[in-house]
Write a protein that binds this ligand. Structure first.
Ligand code: 13P
Length: 251
């Protein structure tokens, strides 16, 4: 069965007290989710936010990033094992902000995916094209390349644990949401690509999230598309009322 998910990526926002308050407000406002709610706070807050949400059914904890080695002399970095030890179940890998600002390339991301899965974390693997690619209509090929390079080396049983998030870069933090038709076009193309590699059954069961300026106003229409299985939400995940409305839009 395909899982429906709304994940809130807090990015580099909220100090500890604010994070506790935001979690409390989200728990209060989000009622009986129709799918999974995944909260992705910054590293220092993982353990305590995780403790707060684990009392609620369908709430899960994710980290926003991890290092690609298991351990060692990598000052300032955080390993998959550390994330698991504080309760994380998912980890975002390959967010466009990591690709752009931290120069994370496909081979490194494939390595992160391997380490995450080996440690029992489910990757939320991000893909998405920049504006200049969309403008020349080569976005499907661009995203296909990212997915093949990051995920298609996996064995089927591991691949099935991955959640894919399509986040067109031109829609992130810009207030310019992709139209539901644009999202559906890409999600359907991703599913066809997966079917060719892993078969139709696997493709049908993969969760593919849309991310990029999802709001309470746009969520319902986006999530109503047959191949859109929820969202990876940035800005609106910091506003409990908006986030709750987005979760309520799950089909
Ligand atoms: P916004 O929802 O703020 O556009 O961010 C999307 C995103 O990057 C989620 O990972």
């Amino acid at each position: 069965m395909r899982q429906q998910i709304v994940a809130g990526n807090w990015k580099m926002n909220k100090n500890y007290e604010e994070a506790v308050e935001l979690t409390r407000a989200i728990l209060e406002k989000v009622e009986k989710p129709q799918g999974l709610v995944v909260i992705c706070p910054p590293f220092p807050h993982l353990r305590d936010v995780g403790k707060m949400i684990k009392v609620r059914k369908n709430f899960h904890l994710a980290a926003q990033n991890m290092h690609h080695e298991d351990k060692g002399a990598f000052t300032g970095e955080v390993s998959a094992d550390m994330l698991v030890s504080v309760g994380a179940e998912f980890v975002i890998i390959g967010h466009s902000e990591r690709r752009e600002y931290f120069k994370e390339k496909n081979p490194l991301l494939a390595q992160k995916v391997n380490v995450a899965l080996a440690r029992g974390l489910r990757p939320i693997f991000c893909c998405g094209e920049p504006l200049h690619v969309r403008e020349v209509d080569t976005h499907v090929g661009y995203v296909s390349k990212q997915l093949k390079a990051g995920l298609f080396h996996l064995r089927e049983e591991d691949f099935r644990k991955v959640v894919i998030a399509y986040e067109p870069i031109w829609a992130i933090g810009t207030g310019r949401t992709a139209s539901s038709a644009q999202a559906q076009e890409m999600h359907a193309a991703i599913r066809i690509l997966i079917a060719r590699k892993f078969g139709k059954v696997v493709a049908d069961e993969m969760t593919i999230l849309y991310g990029g300026s999802v709001t309470a106003a746009t969520a319902e229409e986006l999530f109503s598309q047959p191949d859109v299985d929820g969202g990876l939400v940035g800005g609106a995940s910091l506003k409990p009322d908006d986030f709750a409305a987005i979760v309520a839009a799950l089909k």
